[in-house]
Design a protein around this ligand. Structure first.
Ligand code: BEZ
Length: 397
């Protein structure tokens, strides 16, 4: 019995000895497992008020990979998914599942700024590559920035800052803000205020309600009682649909000008209908751009998903483009992390929004468009701020 076992082991031992002698073991261990796949972990909301946003991000990401024949850096892509429910309390556990249980090479997530804080923490602890395809939380490319943390979207500061410029340039003086009370709303208002007040405007009242509450009535009444020159808001997804309809139902649409970061009307126009017509917003994407990349992106997306793309689909598509830049540089060997990161940092992303590069803190430096709702379109009117870079306050990279 023993003799048989040792006879069976002998060829294997000899093979190991030969490999050791030739140094091939080290090679066999460090060479990329060319047959293995790049593991992508989507941590996105698939339920709740941001469900449609998560779906669009995944659609955009998958479409880009499909355009590359299903491979990045020569390796097939395998997907893992977690529904983060836009619940910050569950974020560390959900991110850990993808990183420890599924052993993903990269986490792509998420939408909600509060959830993002949990993902950033876990990604930093494990030195896992993270691409943020929406959540604008300023800290991710500010004080919590990291060499492994990238964003294909925006910082909360950016679209608010762009609208602050627009309204100050129009000579408005007295504005009320209204948002969900969490980082996305609060930081949008901060960006808005910074630009608006620097040019002589004044935010006279900051109103908020908890996320994802949609009982807007009392706050809408309060805005009306203040009689400001305008109101600036942050809402997105299902909550944005309800807010725009409630604003019109309260009879304020033609009385107090309503402005917002573009999330208020992106991916929501079909449901908002007439209530949204004429609304002006600022965002890093718009309908009616003329770059060739956008034309083909929109045609292909509509054909593949029987849906019109929105900013979230663009951000998902560009997250995949960013990952491709890293994966291609190392021929799919994602264990060569410093080289992956270097290539991603240097990428010029040929985005449907217009080409962009990344700041030192890994946030897109990009144009912010002023858009106006016309039918089912957020039609581009002008570039509100060209090549706007987040100030990345507190980032040491
Ligand atoms: C955020 O939480 O960062 C966010 C959510 C939806 C749209 C834009 C930003």
């Amino acid at each position: 019995m023993h003799r048989n076992a040792s006879r069976r082991l002998l060829p294997a031992c000899l093979a190991v000895a030969t490999l050791l002698a030739t140094g091939s073991v080290a090679l066999a261990q460090s060479a990329p497992a060319t047959s293995s796949k790049i593991k992508v972990g989507f941590m996105l909301p698939y339920t709740g008020t941001y469900a449609a946003l998560g779906g669009a991000i995944e659609n955009g990401f998958r479409m880009y990979v499909q355009e590359q024949g299903g491979k990045l850096g020569g390796r097939e892509v395998e997907y893992f998914k977690v529904d983060d429910e836009s619940d910050p309390a569950k974020a560390p556990e959900n991110a850990t599942k993808l990183i420890k249980r599924d052993q993903v090479d990269v986490v792509v997530g998420t939408v909600h700024s509060g959830v993002q804080m949990g993902i950033v923490k876990v990604a930093k602890e494990n030195n896992t590559l993270l691409i943020i395809p929406n959540a604008g939380v300023d800290e991710a490319t500010g004080p919590l920035c990291g060499s492994n943390i990238f964003r294909s979207s925006f910082s909360n500061w950016q679209p608010g800052y762009a609208m602050g410029h627009v309204l100050a340039d129009r000579g408005l003086k007295k504005v009320v803000t209204l948002t969900w009370k969490y980082a996305a709303g609060e930081q949008s208002v901060k960006g808005f205020k910074e630009a608006f007040e620097a040019k002589g405007g004044k935010v006279v009242k900051e109103l908020s309600l908890p996320f994802p509450n949609v009982e807007f009535q009392a706050l809408i009444t309060e805005v009306a009682s203040i009689k400001p020159d305008a109101v600036f808001v942050f809402f997105a997804g299902g909550g944005a649909v309800k807010f725009v309809k409630d604003w019109q139902a309260a009879g304020l649409k033609d009385k107090i000008p309503l402005y917002a970061s573009g999330f208020l009307t992106d991916g929501t126009l079909e449901a908002q209908g007439v209530a949204a017509q004429g609304l002006e917003t600022t965002l890093h994407y718009a309908d009616g751009l003329t770059n060739p990349r956008d034309k083909s992106f929109r045609l292909d997306y509509a054909k593949l998903y029987k849906l019109q793309p929105d900013v979230y689909a663009v951000q998902g598509y560009d997250a995949a483009q960013l990952l491709a830049a890293g994966a291609n540089a190392v021929k799919g060997d994602m264990s060569r992390k410093p080289e992956v990161i270097k290539a991603m940092e240097a990428a010029k992303v040929d985005s449907p929004r217009g080409a962009f590069t990344l700041s030192k803190a890994h946030n897109p430096v990009q144009d912010f468009y002023l858009r106006k709702v016309d039918g089912r379109d957020n039609k581009v009117s002008s570039v509100a701020v060209k090549a706007l870079a987040d100030p990345a306050r507190g980032c040491r990279l």
